[in-house]
Ligand binder design. Structure first.
Ligand SMILES: Cc1cc2nc3c(=O)[nH]c(=O)nc-3n(C[C@H](O)[C@H](O)[C@H](O)COP(=O)(O)OP(=O)(O)OC[C@H]3O[C@@H](n4cnc5c(N)ncnc54)[C@H](O)[C@@H]3O)c2cc1C
Length: 417
């Protein structure tokens, strides 16, 4: 049956520019790099504005890279996949590009670089540079399908138009933050050309916990934050944890969520750099009359201490000297090895990224070209490459876009000679 959409007359564009689906970080940067090497491209973007995720990122100041980026900062079925692109275009290269344009930034912590002014300043810089090299941006243009023609060209269809090209770059991102416009076109194209799709999951995302008298999390703790060490599936991070009214958030949780699968336990050490057992035994020996609560409040937020007493059924008026060996053992266990099992995450709505995506198995790590299908490239978050929290995901967007653009230009020049 022919649908109404199919019946509409579509204008067809056949001038064989490189076409990039997605005007986010990866798509914009790829078009800029192509332009700098004299290749015109056309970016098709479904939203009415480009780079919406750049704008909302990093709390409005975009954490655009990290001083130290290597393959260990990424999760993928192939943990070595990012090496080549990160070597070709490193975080230092991106920093040089910004500095050469007088861009102002600062390091927050752990090598994370943020825009000194709003994220918009970074987007504006990128778009200005794109304009100089003649990139064509088409807004409000959602690609609905991609097919291969008999002449081995890609035929892209939107509501009202069709575009034909010999070289297609998929930079359509993942499924997180659906509120600002996302689609699964990248996964559809991947499937069409025989690529496996690694199950997309919400990642860098808060956990939801269920209330339980025997567990530490409680809605009353909402807003309490403290530095912790957190581990799951042999990955360990040290960063801040935030109790929320639904469960747990904060950078420590977002980071560990990349390695968490439904049903997995997560272990929290609330006093990562302290040997609590030694301290409390010492206190018991020397100043046994001190209230356990006062002693613990020197290391932990008061609300958390209160909750720990409720869970362990310890009287808040108890003195350190009156703690039994069992009390001490339970306290030490809870403070250093609190095992939680999140019931779920807060999902794509709250996730910063999508873990999984187009499998890298049949994608060249050097060129980002599909090995199933000539002149088809996948870059950025649409791939099964997910970075830690801390600027790594944008660096992947810049690096993968750069690799693909170089490969496209090399091929075009080779064909021309
Ligand atoms: C709230 C938030 C904060 C973040 N903060 C940071 C941070 O500080 N540092 C960091 O490194 N990472 C951060 N990230 C992650 C980072 O934004 C992404 O990893 C990065 O934007 C991925 O770039 P991309 O170009 O691959 O995808 P996107 O930026 O998602 O771009 C994809 C583009 O494709 C378009 N598109 C999709 N489907 C179609 C279609 N069918 N037709 C046409 N266009 C289409 C989309 O509208 C979008 O513009 C954050 C993410 C979120 C949601």
């Amino acid at each position: 049956m022919t649908t109404l959409v199919e019946k509409k007359q579509r204008e067809t564009h056949q001038n064989d520019q490189v076409i990039i689906i997605g005007g986010g970080a990866a798509g914009i940067f790829c078009s800029l790099q192509l332009g700098l090497m004299g290749i015109k491209s056309r970016v098709l973007e479904m939203n009415s504005k480009l780079g919406k995720k750049i704008i909302v990122s990093g709390g409005g100041n975009c954490n655009f890279t990290n001083l130290e980026v290597n393959e260990k900062n990424f999760q993928s079925e192939n943990t070595k996949f990012t090496i080549s692109s990160l070597r070709k275009y490193s975080s230092q290269d991106f920093i040089k590009f910004l500095e050469s344009n007088g861009f102002q930034y600062y390091e927050k912590k752990l090598g994370q670089l943020f825009c000194k002014n709003k994220s918009k300043s970074l987007l504006e810089l990128l778009l200005n540079e794109c304009r100089k090299v003649g990139v064509e941006f088409r807004l409000n243009t959602e690609v609905k399908s991609v097919l291969l023609t008999d002449e081995n060209k890609y035929l892209l269809t939107t509501e009202t138009e069709q575009f034909e090209t010999s070289t297609l770059v998929i930079a359509s991102g993942g499924l997180s933050f659906p509120g600002i416009g996302v689609s699964d076109i990248g996964y559809k194209v991947g499937k069409t050309f025989g690529h496996k799709i690694v199950q997309p999951e919400a990642s860098l995302v808060p956990f939801v916990l269920s209330e339980d008298k025997k567990k530490i999390w409680d809605v009353e703790l909402s807003g309490v934050a403290l530095p912790v060490e957190i581990s799951c599936n042999k990955k360990i991070f040290e960063d801040d944890l935030l109790f929320t009214h639904k469960g747990l958030s904060g950078p420590a949780i977002l980071k560990i969520s990349l390695y968490w699968n439904k049903g997995d336990d997560v272990t929290i050490n609330y006093l990562p750099n302290i040997q609590f057992e030694k301290l409390i035994l010492d206190k018991k020996k020397r100043e046994g009359k001190t209230l356990v609560s006062s002693f613990m409040n020197t290391y932990l937020p008061k609300k958390l201490t209160k909750r720990i007493f409720e869970v362990l059924l310890i009287n808040s008026e108890k003195k350190v000297g009156d703690l039994s060996n069992t009390d001490i053992k339970e306290l030490v266990d809870l403070l250093h090895r609190n095992v939680i099992t999140p019931s779920k995450t807060e999902g794509f709505k709250k996730a910063e990224v999508t873990r999984g995506g187009v499998s890298v198995t049949n994608i060249s790590s050097k060129t980002l070209e599909s090995s199933n299908q000539k002149n088809l490239y996948f870059i950025g978050e649409v791939l099964d490459v997910t970075g830690w929290l801390g600027g790594y995901n944008f660096q992947w967007a810049w690096s993968s876009a750069y690799s693909a653009s170089q490969a496209i230009v090399d091929k075009i020049n080779y064909d021309y000679e």
